[in-house]
Ligand binder design. Structure first.
Ligand SMILES: [Fe+2]
Length: 217
């Protein structure tokens, strides 16, 4: 998605937000996206891994939302809360706007090491919590919303998921991370979609990610 029109991706995100039925979540989500629009269009989604390009963070948020909505639609009988799915998937990485420098001259880097002290979810939860706190919102419901963000970043199996919606967003995030990283590797290798296991850089790289990924057992 490196050459994607970021304004169009932003508009697509707004369209997804308009599907949110809860008026507080809808207004809050649109406000956060609007307030952080310029930053989201300048940051990558990771450092040298997936969606590593200008605006990659916005593209990752959109892809995770589309993934999660597709899964939710496919398993409609589970009656998941679409508001939580859309809100959580679009905003789960919003805190990265303070983690990475703008993508310039084909690179970006960490500008903060707070993730090392506080974990990857802290900044996102802090931002969302501060916005939601401006509304009269049920405390338990707010905790459920923030739980989606916490679980998406959970890698150490210390916080078990309490909501199906959190599991779906987590998987949607994981799928986009891995497939966009594969895409990056294919673009570098320019070998189509066939893996050359003798040059198993991709395999090892994915395994590195698997090693840090939370699973059900
Ligand atoms: Fe993510």
């Amino acid at each position: 998605m490196e050459n994607v029109n970021l304004e169009q991706i932003y508009d697509q995100c707004i369209k997804l937000i308009h599907q949110i039925k809860n008026p507080i979540l809808k207004e809050c989500c649109e406000k956060i996206l609007s307030d952080y629009k310029e930053k989201l269009m300048r940051k990558p989604a990771s450092i040298n891994r997936y969606h590593y390009y200008k605006g990659g963070l916005l593209c990752h948020m959109y892809c995770v939302a589309k993934n999660a909505i597709s899964i939710m639609d496919l398993y409609a009988r589970l009656k998941m809360d679409s508001d939580l799915i859309i809100f959580g998937s679009l905003l789960h990485d919003i805190g990265k706007v303070y983690e990475y420098s703008d993508f310039m001259n084909n690179q970006s880097d960490y500008i903060s090491n707070s993730h090392e002290f506080l974990g990857n979810s802290y900044k996102s939860i802090h931002i969302i919590d501060s916005y939601l706190s401006k509304y009269s919102i049920d405390k338990e419901f707010k905790d459920q919303v923030l739980h989606i963000i916490a679980i998406t970043h959970e890698q150490e199996r210390t916080l078990p998921p309490k909501l199906l919606e959190a599991i779906i967003v987590k998987y949607a995030d994981d799928m986009d991370k891995k497939l966009s990283f594969v895409n990056l590797w294919f673009n570098k290798a320019k070998k189509g979609t066939q893996f050359n296991l003798d040059e198993n850089e991709l395999y090892k790289s994915l395994n590195e990610q698997y090693a840090n990924t939370w699973y059900f057992e």
